[in-house]
Design a protein around this ligand. Structure first.
Ligand code: NAG
Ligand code: NAG
Length: 536
């Protein structure tokens, strides 16, 4: 261990000396006192529940906060709309993902969209995007609805077996398998079968993946991660992902299983794909890109597998949590739940068709408002991490005062600055979302409370930062929205959701995504137990 630390320390010193003059500007910004020189404020920030510290610091210091990282390095915690707009919309690829998180995502998924930077990212995104066009997505709606109703059929039988009209159900493990299956069928025309059998290799590999790989790190792990992000060359960071520690073992194991499944899918359909028979589905696009002669359109095989892994994970992991939080808020707000059920039932009665479409979801304004509010209040990612590749100047929506009392309307950002972009806190900006932005209140979307400014607007949907924005916005945001609408419609139509006695112990667990866990039982993995009653 000692030589590793000595190496880290020397690299760090050289690095600090090389940029001493540039650090001054952020060093004078206001921010919380660091409890430790060795670790800085990082453990305090990231070991708390997702977003908790962001909201607290936002209240004290405003939207631009200096955070001390290990050994006195200064970082930014940012929630200022104009500054975020600048980073995500106006800067191209000049702000990259920090190396540490990139190489770990790479270890789980391979060199796909979550990993690639710059030209590689642009090329991959152009290949994948047509698979998420609105026509393709519309054809997925019946698939999403069908898995929603298969899942609720299981719930009905659980309730019936209890000989009553209700049962306590841990909803996340069901939703995640239903969405895994729905993603497999929509994106790859393939049945994973995980809803019927929770023991498939893929379902088992993904069950606790986020928590086991990205769950709250120890202080030591954070130190190593900071070194990978800021001080070490990328090749060394990449090499470090091979060390046999438990969370990296899980990462590599998930990658092995998922890549094997991806290869199986392609092999199964190879003949069809080459004949161009299943033209539109996402897998055909990827295979065609692999065969392309044009370097700008070419997808090498390792990136092909990575893309499939990325779509599988992104297609179910994020939406699972978004839906779980939605059900929790419905259980916490029976009035919202009743109003939503009334709208959905009235609409379904009037419409009287067997299959719903994307337009049907758009015709239910309260449903749309509930989904938007859930995405705002519980963004599945609470932080986006960025690293300044060049010196830059960040414009600010509101001037801030530094520790010397100087008023700043913009801040110089030295190359190499690490920025925690707070999705959770941006989504609670009172100027944009209203003075009650700290409360869950779907009405804000119907009352015209939400007032995005066109010069600072960020997200691809409803001005929410939830799907990131600009070149790195989530490719599958419409896919996720349709999944959510389909599942919420089916769920509130069929069931009433109530809190259990444990509800006060629910934690917003940060693990790359934000997943519900139970205080004192975090090691049991994601869990959200709700009392589920057949709706009268
Ligand atoms: C990808 O392309 C290579 C040749 O460039 C080929 O050997 C390989 O079989 C292709 N892979 C798939 C999955 O189509
Ligand atoms: C933003 O809104 C203002 C006033 O409504 C308008 O003058 C301006 O052109 C808009 N800017 C853009 C980029 O749309």
């Amino acid at each position: 261990m000692f030589p590793t630390f000595a190496l880290l320390f020397v690299t760090f010193l050289l690095y600090q000396l090389s940029r001493r003059s540039l650090r001054v500007s952020i060093a004078r910004l206001r921010g919380p006192v660091s409890p430790s020189f060795l670790y800085g404020y990082i453990p305090t920030l990231v070991q708390d529940q997702a977003g908790a510290k962001d909201f607290q610091l936002q209240g004290t210091y405003g939207d631009v906060i200096r955070i001390r990282a290990p050994l006195g390095e200064n970082r930014l915690l940012l929630m200022d709309p104009k500054a975020l707009h600048h980073i995500f919309y106006n800067s191209g690829y000049r702000y990259s993902k920090p190396t540490g998180i990139r190489v770990i995502l790479g270890a789980v998924l391979g060199p796909g969209l979550f990993y690639a930077e710059g030209e590689d990212h642009r090329r991959q995104r152009n290949i994948v995007l047509p698979g998420f066009g609105s026509r393709e997505l519309r054809s997925f709606v019946p698939i999403f609805c069908s898995y929603a109703s298969r899942m609720t059929a299981y719930w009905r039988s659980i309730i019936a077996a209890d000989n009553s009209d209700s049962a306590v159900i841990e909803v996340t493990s069901w939703i995640t398998r239903a969405l895994l299956d729905a993603t497999g069928e929509a994106a790859f025309d393939y049945q994973f079968g995980s809803l019927d059998n929770s023991e498939t290799d893929l379902a088992k590999a993904y069950a606790h993946m986020a928590l086991n790989v990205f769950g709250v790190p120890s202080k030591l792990a954070l130190l190593v991660l900071c070194a990978m992000d800021s001080w070490l060359p990328e090749s060394v960071s990449q090499f470090l992902t091979n060390i046999p520690v438990p969370r990296l073992n899980v990462a590599r194991n998930v990658n092995t299983i998922s890549t094997k499944v991806a290869k199986g899918l392609v092999d199964d359909k190879q003949a069809l794909l080459l004949e161009g028979k299943s033209n539109k589905d996402i897998m055909s696009l990827l295979v065609k890109a692999n065969a392309s002669e044009d370097r700008k359109k070419k997808l090498p095989e390792n990136e092909l597998w990575a893309q499939m892994n990325t779509i599988i994970v992104a297609g179910h992991e994020t939406t699972t949590n978004a839906l779980a939080w939605t059900l929790l808020e419905l259980a916490r707000h029976p009035d919202v739940q009743t109003k939503l059920r009334t709208e959905v039932r009235a609409y379904l009665r009037k419409r009287a068709v067997s299959e719903l479409t994307a337009d049907d979801f758009d015709s239910m304004p309260y449903l749309t408002a509930v989904v938007k509010e859930s995405l705002r209040f519980h963004p599945t990612l609470h932080h986006a991490y960025r690293y300044a590749c060049e010196d830059d100047v960040l414009p600010l929506s509101q001037s801030i005062i530094d520790v010397d009392g100087k008023v700043l309307t913009e801040i110089p950002i030295p190359k190499g600055t690490y920025v925690f972009c707070s999705i959770a806190a941006y989504n609670r900006n009172k100027e944009i979302f209203g003075v009650d932005a700290d409360l869950y209140n779907p009405e804000r979307w119907l009352e015209g409370t939400v007032k995005p400014r066109n010069d600072t607007s960020i997200g691809v949907y409803a001005n929410l930062f939830t799907f990131i924005g600009g070149k790195r916005s989530c490719t599958g945001w419409r896919f996720a929205l349709l999944e959510m609408h389909a599942f919420v419609t089916e769920l509130v139509n069929g069931f009433e959701f109530k809190l259990t006695a444990d509800a006060h112990r629910i934690r917003r667990e940060p693990c790359a995504v934000v997943t519900p866990t139970l205080e004192g039982e975090v090691d049991k993995g994601p869990q959200l137990k709700l009392k589920v009653k057949i709706a009268s």
